[in-house]
Design a protein around this ligand. Structure first.
Ligand SMILES: CC(C)(COP(=O)(O)OP(=O)(O)OC[C@H]1O[C@@H](n2cnc3c(N)ncnc32)[C@H](O)[C@@H]1OP(=O)(O)O)[C@@H](O)C(=O)NCCC(=O)NCCS
Length: 314
């Protein structure tokens, strides 16, 4: 069976990832980054064992880096493996990725789908992006990079006249960025860059009305059992119509499917979060690593936000 990973799969993923970490061939910045990237993982699970693991790491609005762990020559030749790669490609298409990049010895398999020659200038752009997302800790041989164009077919289920909540795609990134930065200017949330939103687009969900995005929210995994609900915003003129609640219900469902135990938020919207089943906790009870984003906040020395948490039923 091929499926998206959940937090319960960490036990299968870690040994493979550690093997590649030692060879500087994993696509993560750190252990924390590995946890945050669990939604990017796909795995095959015959008998609870994971022989092949894929990570689709988004580099920008065009490129995603497909990284495969646990490859052996005899696996690569099998139909099962081709199905696995096809699954990755379909995933990438749904998010709106135009080109898959790979540095693994996969060219022969991927060429079967969509391979093309890489230009020298494109190679430089891609390497820069890979270095940026891993903070220069990977050992990729530029000559081993290959690119594979996809015909994107984003999976948008928008129907006019309805309110639709869905996971975000890359083409939504700019509107999400505008909503977040509007509220950031008013001190309601932390600003985010467009490239950050693109690289983390799988964390975001959006709500549409009449085919237009009118709100967004993000679920950011912090540790093996804990994620932050952040950047929850509905356009000013549409607040108070139940859309925030609909979006949050979607985010909570997503957290449950990922098998997260707890979600928290740092917020001034206490009544709204209480309605959504959160309760206040002392900030100090949250792990210190959650404060790393706060260092960029202008209110860092005089924070007026409450920490709120919701336990999830798994
Ligand atoms: C917070 C926010 C996302 C809520 O979205 P919304 O669409 O306005 O909220 P909803 O209409 O879905 O409200 C859901 C419930 O929360 C309650 N609620 C929402 N905001 C409230 C407030 N400020 N005070 C009291 N109750 C509130 C509603 O009354 C409703 O309860 P009900 O079902 O009993 O009627 C939205 O107001 C917003 O974008 N605020 C600015 C950005 C922000 O501060 N985000 C939080 C950062 S994490």
């Amino acid at each position: 069976m091929i499926r998206q990973a959940t937090m319960n799969d960490i036990q299968y993923l870690l040994p493979f990832v550690n093997h590649y970490v030692q060879r500087q061939m994993d696509p993560f910045k750190s252990g924390l980054d590995f946890y945050a990237r669990i939604p990017d993982f796909t795995l095959t699970t015959p008998n609870g064992f994971a022989p092949v693991i894929g990570v689709l790491r988004i580099l920008n609005a065009t490129y995603a880096w497909l990284h495969l762990f646990g490859l052996e020559a005899d696996v690569i030749k099998t139909q099962k493996f081709r199905d696995f790669v096809q699954f990755q490609i379909e995933n990438a298409r749904k998010i709106g990725i135009r080109t898959i990049v790979t540095d693994a010895p996969l060219n022969a398999v991927l060429n079967h789908f969509s391979g093309r020659k890489i230009e020298a200038s494109e190679r430089t752009v891609i390497l820069n992006l890979m270095n940026a997302v891993t903070e220069f800790k990977i050992a990729v041989n530029p000559q081993n990079l290959s690119v594979h164009d996809l015909n994107s077919s984003e999976n948008k289920e928008c129907r006019r006249g309805t309110r639709t909540v869905r996971d975000a795609a890359l083409s939504d990134a700019k509107v999400i960025w505008e909503i977040i930065n509007h509220y950031a200017l008013h001190g309601e949330m932390l600003p985010k860059s467009l490239i950050f939103i693109q690289q983390n687009i799988r964390n975001y969900s959006v709500i549409e009305r009449e085919g237009q995005i009118v709100g967004c929210a993000a679920l950011q995994i912090m540790w093996n059992d804990l994620a932050e609900v952040a950047s929850v915003g509905i356009l000013d003129e549409l607040r108070g119509l139940g859309m925030g609640q609909k979006l949050m219900t979607h985010i909570i469902g997503r957290a449950e499917r990922l098998k997260l135990h707890k979600i928290f938020s740092l917020t001034r919207q206490i009544p709204f979060f209480e309605k959504m089943g959160f309760h206040k906790i002392p900030k100090e009870t949250l792990p210190p690593k959650i404060w790393k984003d706060c260092m960029h906040c202008k209110k860092f020395m005089g924070c007026d936000e409450a920490a709120m948490i919701r336990e999830l039923e798994l």
